[in-house]
Write a protein that binds this ligand. Sequence first.
Ligand SMILES: NC(=O)c1ccc[n+]([C@@H]2O[C@H](COP(=O)([O-])OP(=O)(O)OC[C@H]3O[C@@H](n4cnc5c(N)ncnc54)[C@H](O)[C@@H]3O)[C@@H](O)[C@H]2O)c1
Length: 420
Amino acid sequence: MAVDVVIIGMGYVGLPLAREAALRGLSVVGLDANPDVVAGLNAGRSHVDDLHDSDIAEMHEHGFRATSDADVIADADATVICVPTPLAEGGLPDLGPVNAAAASIAAYLHPGMLVVLESTTYPGTTDDVLRPMLEAGGLVAGEDFHLAFSPERIDPGNATYGVRNTPKVVGGHTPKCGARAVEFYERFIDTVVQTKGTREAETAKLLENTYRHINIALVNEMSRFCHDLGIDLWDVINAADSKPFGFQAFYPGPGVGGHCIPIDPNYLSYNVRARLGYPFRFVELAQEINATAPHYVVQRAQDLLNDRGMPMRGATVLLLGVTYKADIADQRESPAHPVAKHLYDHGAHVQFHDPNVETWRFQGHDLNRVADLDAALADADLTILLQNHREYDLASISRGARLLFDTRGVTEDGANVERL
Ligand SMILES: NC(=O)c1ccc[n+]([C@@H]2O[C@H](COP(=O)([O-])OP(=O)(O)OC[C@H]3O[C@@H](n4cnc5c(N)ncnc54)[C@H](O)[C@@H]3O)[C@@H](O)[C@H]2O)c1
């Protein structure tokens, strides 16, 4: 039976995309290499933050199913690749999952098919890495099948912008490939923006993430000297943010996390260095500043304890929020890991609380979240707020903590409260 689209990779990106397409009437199959993911989805269970089991049930009502058998591609009009693009040892891009997905498609590629890469990657991946693999069987991109790149912009936890109402950037290997991809996405996404080619679409995604990375680094660096100068940076940012044009507010924090911000800009700087021989200095500087943010947080924590005559060695430190951003459960690249590591290295007893995380795997051990938040606040020598999850009652946390270090600037100043 013909399938409108096979989406490869049923994770944070592929699953919400599959849902939107299925709900708009496309026949959708999710292909995933992990049998547990496939079994879970077919049993109606969601494993990503923004989708509930009821959403998966609704997808099934619209004909969705998941599989690990790549032969489903043989019947597909289109296939979209949403597999991970991690960093390998030494910070180099690891295209292993993309290559594996390409091999699955190549085995079943047929004339007229549309292939879209959505995984974030460096410019040239679609045309120079994916295309030769797909063309190895004799079909030619732009003539026999269509090839395009379309960056995923999903923002986990964002209640306003989802797959359908976030404009979708699309770039084709040829203008005809681009037009075919636009036609496909317009079936279930409100606004589609076409670029000249695949490289422009690939680079647009990297520009977006690099822009965030650099601006977060800017305020993270400012937070250090503003603290030393006795200037409240949060107040500074609020004031600057009253300007209705030419300024966008970014806020300091304990470091950057997730699958995108700490990783994607490296793809761009790697590519510039490898192909042109010179550095992309903004990215490298931002990397350096954001990577040292967790250490800076621990230094400030140590100063806070010291001011009260307490050494960090032996102190009980409670971390609130160990995910990489607020209101989600995803812990990938979370700054809570290096913060906890530095605290351990200084001899602190680390505890954690997070409404979205039951057990937190740290240094080979599963830490259980504290059972009673109020009791843990009263017991800890220092509490560090790392993520401001919506479940947190900030007034009650400020009142209950013996000493609170707020790395998100969301609590009122007080005798027992210090903000980053
Ligand atoms: N998570 C985000 O917020 C986000 C946002 C924008 C872009 N992206 C990008 O989207 C891509 C996917 O990220 P994600 O967060 O969805 O990853 P994920 O780890 O949540 O999901 C990826 C899924 O792909 C599956 N997979 C891996 N290799 C496969 C293969 N060869 N065949 C079939 N399935 C395979 C895995 O089993 C997993 O279920 C990455 O390039 C990422 O940078 C992610």
